[in-house]
Design a protein around this ligand. Structure first.
Ligand code: NDP
Length: 348
């Protein structure tokens, strides 16, 4: 097969979801392969990362990043192979981390590429434990959470890309890790494979009581990934001087701000922040960019020594992305969600 026989398959945002995203919000199209100009490379996408932040990009609501426009390729982190290079810094066969979005090929001027060494770690880890989600866990927990030996650290979505790393780093730092996960399989994995001290199923009818029992000395660090009823259960357990890195609110992503009427709980929240000297601090991982080298060094070491483990949930084929992404927002993934867009061997 020659390059001119190849086409680029890509997934565009077709409409903005009202509530949970569905396949109708996406459009799949096939277009001619892009041609690299001088100074550019042609990338064949091998793996696409699916992440909760993409729900925000599908919405026009004001946020920390610009939305994807209707008719644009959905954005996303990718691992790709350079199949044609007109750039002095890259050769054919190089494997790179890129941000090429939901498509099978892309052209890049090299500015957003990072070369990966497949002999150092499986290349998918650049999208997970050694990538953005792992870095989110590392920087948010250590900079804001600052767990100390003997303290109790609670994290939800504990079997997932971010939460699994948070709990294990808490353990490495000598703290007690309590995970929250959905369903018995995920809970067993978090306890038995990741080594958390306790885990609670947020779907259990007595979830709040089980969480209180799992945290007999209260909660010193709550790494917030979820919001909603999980936050409600953690809130009364917070100790004086507890730290709460607010990383994500996935329980809210499919809902508009006006869908949460209820009683006004702000006065209680503010009184508790004051009386318990709580530190509640939101963050977007890229603000900690200067910690990236420390992250690569520490996490690589912990992976090599076996003190950090990870799980990936790999689905096959670019066309699977819309359904897999909707499942991520409902807990149907089990581990870091990745789409295998193409096989790793070089196209001839
Ligand atoms: P995960 O791999 O953990 O997958 C998402 C998980 O969230 C699901 O598997 C499910 O786990 C849980 N979940 C989904 N809906 C709900 C719900 N309604 N109630 C409770 N749990 C739910 O995703 P990531 O690790 O990639 O992301 C985790 C969080 O971190 C997200 O909120 C994300 O937005 C945030 N994030 C923030 C970043 C930042 O810079 N601030 C960067 C990266 C991620 P279960 O079935 O166990 O409940």
């Amino acid at each position: 097969m020659t390059q001119s026989d190849l086409t680029n398959r890509r997934i565009l945002l077709a409409s903005r979801p009202d509530g949970a995203p569905s396949p109708e919000n996406f459009r799949i199209e096939t277009v001619p392969l892009p041609e690299p100009s001088e100074g550019e490379v042609l990338l064949r996408i091998l793996y696409l990362s699916l992440d909760p932040y993409m729900r925000g990009r599908m919405s026009a609501a004001k946020s920390y990043a610009k939305p994807v426009e209707i008719g644009q390729v959905m954005e996303g982190g990718t691992v790709a192979e350079v199949i044609r290079s007109r750039h002095p810094g890259f050769s054919e066969g190089d494997i790179v981390l890129s941000h090429s979005g939901w498509q099978s090929y892309a052209v890049s001027d090299g500015s957003n590429l990072r070369k990966l060494d497949p002999s150092q770690a499986p290349i998918t880890t650049a999208l997970g434990v050694l990538g953005m989600p792992g870095f989110t866990a590392y920087s948010g927990l250590l900079t804001i959470g600052q767990p100390k030996p003997g303290e109790t650290v609670v994290v939800a979505a504990a079997s997932g890309a971010v939460g699994s790393v948070v709990g294990q780093i808490a353990k490495i730092k000598g703290a007690r890790a309590v995970g929250i996960a959905g369903g018995s399989d995920k809970c067993a994995f978090v306890r038995d494979q990741l080594g958390f001290d306790a885990v609670v199923d947020h779907r259990a009818p007595d979830f709040a009581a089980q969480l209180a029992a799992a945290c007999p000395k209260g909660v010193d660090v709550y790494f917030e990934n979820v919001g909603g009823k999980v936050w409600d259960a953690v809130f009364p357990l917070l100790n004086n001087f507890a730290r709460i890195p607010v990383c994500g609110l996935i329980a809210q992503y499919n809902h508009g701000a006006d869908e949460f009427p209820g009683p006004d709980r702000l006065p209680v929240l503010m009184r508790t922040i004051l009386s318990k000297s709580l530190l509640i601090r939101g963050f977007i991982q890229r603000e900690f960019v200067d910690q990236r080298q420390d992250f690569y060094r520490d996490v690589s070491q912990w992976l090599a020594s076996g003190s950090l483990r990870y799980r990936e949930d790999v689905v096959d084929g670019l066309d699977s992305a819309p359904v897999a992404f909707a499942g991520l927002l409902e807990g149907r993934n089990f581990g870091k969600l990745i789409v295998r867009v193409a096989t790793e061997q070089v196209t001839s």
